[in-house]
Design a protein around this ligand. Sequence first.
Ligand code: TYM
Length: 334
Amino acid sequence: MENTSKKKTVLSLIQPTGTPTLGNYLGALKNWVMMSKEYDCFFGEADLHSITVRTSPEDLNSRSIEMFAILIAMGLDPEKSIIFCQSHVPAHAQLGWILDCYTQFGEAARMTQFKDKSAKHADNINLGLFTYPTLMAADILIYNADYVPIGADQKQHLELTRDIANRFNGLYGNFFKVPEPFIGKSGARVMSLQEPDKKMSKSDTNQKSFILVTEPADSIVKKIKSAVTDSEARVYYSEEKPGVANLMEIYSACTGRSYEQIEQEFEGKGYGAFKASVAETVVEELKPLQAEYARLIKDRGYLEKCATEGAKKASAVADNTVKECMKLVGFWQY
Ligand code: TYM
């Protein structure tokens, strides 16, 4: 694929499985907005991935529209970045199939997320859950992405993507760009507020463990104030203090301050003052997104127009990659 722009290409997707958490936001979405100012970007929602876990048609539909609104509300500009919904670009599934045939069973079976999700949804260990990472590889390779901004939990999938790209390139010549993960210095692994040795996740049954990006200010404050810490009452970064370390990570990702600076700021102050500052910072961080989201979600016409245009622009690139890829593999061209 020819890229006439000198800028590097960035791609990342998020599953529309519900409102994003503060973890999704600090680990990935905030970096999307930052990178969108500098690079040629493709961002979107991985709705095909989201049906690997059973979802009602109503939820899938409404969550997809809500997620699209959130992506624009948080600051992505549909005029500058290509924002799209994965199922609107059928070439992803097409390349996903081809890449399945260049991925070994054993490689896919090693994916920790597959193991975790199989354990969690033991009654529905479907083939989509197993081939999930090859569809993700297709999402990335189809746009020749240089960088993929993700949280730490997606790193293994990125490594598999690189392996698949290298294998294909080894067989057919240099075709796919081998992508690099972009993982932020802080926020890459936001943990549960109640069990800080577990990832913050919107599917957690304990509502107090996560913060949603659309959550009202008073609820954010309450959840951060009741976050699990320890009895030492001294703010410093240590793996022995996962609750405090998590709040420091959140504070650092919002403010850009280092752990040393945060330690100095709260020297001699207890957890009460620290938690109040973290809560206030998170509320302020999410305020513009929330105001814009409240406005956009009512404008269905605008969201549909953006999704249609995004799909058209993304398809132009994706269709071409699939065509060239199929030519290399030897499919009959007409
Ligand atoms: P998903 O939808 O689970 O999460 C979206 C992004 O949020 C990051 N993330 C977190 N970061 C920090 N702390 C957390 N607690 C946390 N939880 C989630 C994830 O790492 C991710 O970057 N497979 C992907 C979606 C996907 C994709 C892609 C991503 C499909 N195709 C192509 C990149 C490129 C997923 O399930 O993310």
